[in-house]
Design a binder for this molecule. Sequence first.
Ligand SMILES: Nc1ncnc2c1ncn2[C@@H]1O[C@H](COP(=O)(O)OP(=O)(O)O)[C@@H](O)[C@H]1O
Ligand SMILES: [Mg+2]
Length: 411
Amino acid sequence: MKGNERLHKKWLDWCVSGVELSGAAIVKLFQWASSRPDMFGEDFCKLFCKLQDETTPHGFGHTEKLMEEAFGRGWKEVIDMDSQSPILGSGCIGQVYKGRMKDTKKVVAVKVLHPNIQSGIAADIDILRSGARLLNMYVKNAKWLNCPGMVEEFNALLSEQLDLRNEAANLEQFRTNFSDDETVIFPQLMLPARANVMVEEYIDGDHLNDFLAKNKGNKALKNKVCESGIRVVCKMIFDHNFVHGDVHPGNILFTKEAPGVEPKMVLLDTGIARRFTKHDHEILVGVLTSFINGSGKKAAEYLIKDSLASQSSPPVGVEGFTKVLDDMCEQAKRDHSFFDSIGNYVSTICNAAAKHQVMMNQGFVSIALTVRVMEGVALALNREAEIWRVANGIILQAKAKSFLGKNVYDE
Ligand SMILES: Nc1ncnc2c1ncn2[C@@H]1O[C@H](COP(=O)(O)OP(=O)(O)O)[C@@H](O)[C@H]1O
Ligand SMILES: [Mg+2]
């Protein structure tokens, strides 16, 4: 390693410790950033990745207090759990214990928020707000990214997660939406959720890396699981308009099955779920079908029209932006592997938007991010995953539905 590389690595290490010492909101922000190698570079992402689910757990005293508040003094008659119970994970918002229901003996996962989490987050958000204002004032082009708007959106998302009743309600919705899908599991809620505590069925599964290690040679199985994963995310976006907003490898398990039985994908951590307005959904479907039809011009038209509606002055580089998207589609026609990576076109579009100052539709950007992370999981399962082949059919169906005036909003 050369001297300046070593220095760069030291600097990144130092940044990681800094973030670890700061508050939950900032850790969450960096977790999000670490899923964007296209924006922040590979080095940054590899290092900040380790922030996922690796915070110091709080003591059992706090957990006991919250359990008593939630389920009364007799809670130990309902759930078997004590200071020796295994901690399954401790993220920046709360921690998860493995316990057991006293009556049915069913194993459960009990999620409990950390102490003083609300006030800590409020302080972090204030810091982020000031940072975003400074960026807007002093960094050329940053205005087009609307950083203060992003902080407010981020704040709304975090606040939602601070009440576990939201997570429980989302979980129920996902269970209903996927009740006839054999390939995915959302754990069942075992007791009515409280703001600080929720109890759900424990599912014995492997995280992505363990699953990959176990099934190293089994390409067919990995392909199947990969395809189911893509289908599940597409259904959320195009059929249900109810999208898991925190898809990353830490929130996905694969069930342990007997040889020959296909494992199911388990989606956890439903604290954030997104619905899109009819307008945002139409833009998304419009942009994607334009890409499928190979028309970058038409996709740019959708995004520019939307940009004009959301800002007072027209975007500066209509022509430049259109040209980038058009070139991108032409390149994709020549070089099929380009479109195989959704990350490629997400970063091309984002860079073009920043350069040509086209305000991006927030719904489009957040869906692109979810799909970008899911793509990482799919590619880990199958390096040749043909995401478009699976997704195309679902997207075109959504387009057909909206032509018939039968989109997800009318139901
Ligand atoms: N229902 C469950 N069944 C099995 N393991 C679970 C369950 N819920 C959570 N876990 C484990 O606990 C970890 C953290 O849970 P999660 O809901 O993602 O909380 P956090 O908000 O802290 O990320 C998960 O990565 C998983 O290993
Ligand atoms: Mg999680």
